[in-house]
Design a protein around this ligand. Structure first.
Ligand code: GDP
Ligand code: MN
Length: 379
């Protein structure tokens, strides 16, 4: 789960990492109230879960109330790479002498943690990696030994951070490592980590990805979940325990198994259609799951046809067929449904559906035929 910048900064603050004072605002008036409280100048920042907000006009400095109104008004509602800004973070503006980069993430092949540090921050690290790779100092960290202050000191020297920044940065990186490990992050990134003209070091941005596998020991993550879904379809699916990702096409997809669901998207594309979603209903394709899946897809106004692609393995196709019929009694579905049913007990399954077929419930013998039919109905 990715956090918004303001949540990431709150997370950092728990581990003693220095951030600027600030608060969230959902309206221009709220932004103004925050600015008046923390004092000018302030920086107004779009809260969306994508990088490059600065370049997209989502980060602006304001020296007075008038500028807060102007920038907050412009940034709210702004579309940044498909993410519409609904919330702002307003913080005390910092003077910047230097911008550094720091992050911890997993190095999966080496079974270690990987620290990345650069004296050239502020810009995208991918760009630094491409144009100036020697400007990034990598640190491989044994998860059993962890990161101590001595190692951190050597690291900031090797990365050639400014002398005056080194001691503070070394201490901050140990805290960031603690946040990353104890806080169960997959990624903890600060870009930029800044040095101010009066020689203090602190985090100006926060990018945190939490490891969902650890959510059982973090009841406090629940508050992040509330803001997680911008897509109402995904929220609806999550409430029903479905593995769903919203897309922007017209063919609703239901498949059992993530691999088959991915292939289904490919085949729909291949025959000239566009998928409205990814949805893997997993092994147990009973009436409850099928009804929930159809409900979520039916709630999507872009959907013009539904492609149910089931390959029975442990899942038996006759059970799926019964599940579909029962689900259709519970929810009324606007779009025609095209089914491809194959695998274990496929003949029995098709037999169960046969008396119920009509122009809204169609079966096709192969995945390709079914994709063509569903796409034709959608177009
Ligand atoms: P991103 O573009 O999404 O990574 O957003 P950032 O939070 O990293 O902000 C982008 C850029 O805005 C930073 O690299 C800084 O150059 C600038 N910026 C952000 N906060 C401040 C601030 O408090 N003062 C000043 N002078 N610049 C800031
Ligand atoms: Mn940034």
């Amino acid at each position: 789960m990715d956090l918004f910048e303001y949540q990431g900064k709150q997370y950092f603050a728990r581990y003693g990492i220095a951030v600027s004072p600030g608060d969230v605002a959902d309206t221009v008036e709220e932004a103004l109230a925050v600015a008046e409280r923390i004092g000018y100048p302030v920086v107004i920042k779009a809260q969306v879960k994508v990088g490059g907000r600065g370049k997209a006009g989502g980060v602006k400095l304001a020296d007075n109330a008038e500028e807060v109104r102007e920038h907050a008004g412009n940034i709210l509602g702004l579309d940044i790479k498909g993410h519409v800004v609904r919330r702002l973070w307003v913080e005390r503006s910092s003077d910047i002498e230097k911008e550094y980069y720091a992050s911890f993430t997993l190095d999966r092949p080496n079974k270690t943690h990987l620290g990345m540090l650069s004296a050239q921050g502020g810009v995208e690290i991918e760009v630094v990696a491409e144009e100036n790779p020697e400007a990034i100092s990598f640190l491989s960290i044994d998860p059993v030994r962890g990161l101590d202050l001595e190692t951190s000191r050597r690291w900031v020297a090797e990365a050639e951070l400014d002398e005056v920044a080194r001691e503070q940065a070394a201490a901050l990186l140990v805290k960031l490592y603690d946040c990353y490990t104890q806080g169960d992050c997959d990624l903890a990134e600060i870009n930029p980590l800044i040095l101010t003209p009066d020689h203090t070091v602190h985090a100006l941005d926060a990018k945190v990805t939490l490891d969902e596998n650890a959510s059982y020991r973090h009841p406090e993550w629940e508050e992040y979940r509330a803001d997680e879904f911008e897509d109402p379809r995904e929220k609806m699916a999550k409430e029903r325990g479905l593995n769903y990702i919203g897309l922007d096409g017209t063919v609703g997809i239901i498949a059992n198994g993530a691999g088959l669901a991915m292939s289904t998207l490919d085949v729909v594309n291949q025959v000239g259609g566009t998928a409205a979603n990814f949805l893997d209903i997993g092994g147990g394709a009973d009436a409850n799951v099928m009804a929930a899946a159809l409900e979520v897809i039916n709630a999507d106004p872009n959907v013009k046809s539904i492609f149910v692609n089931i390959f029975g393995g442990i899942t038996r196709v006759d059970e799926v067929a019964n599940g579909v019929l029962e689900a259709l009694q519970r929810v009324s579905i606007a779009s025609p449904i095209v089914l491809r049913l194959d695998g274990t007990n496929a003949v029995e399954g098709r037999g169960i559906l046969a008396p119920h077929l009509n122009d809204h419930l169609i079966t096709e013998p192969t995945m390709l035929d079914a994709a063509r039919r569903a796409v034709a109905l959608a177009n």
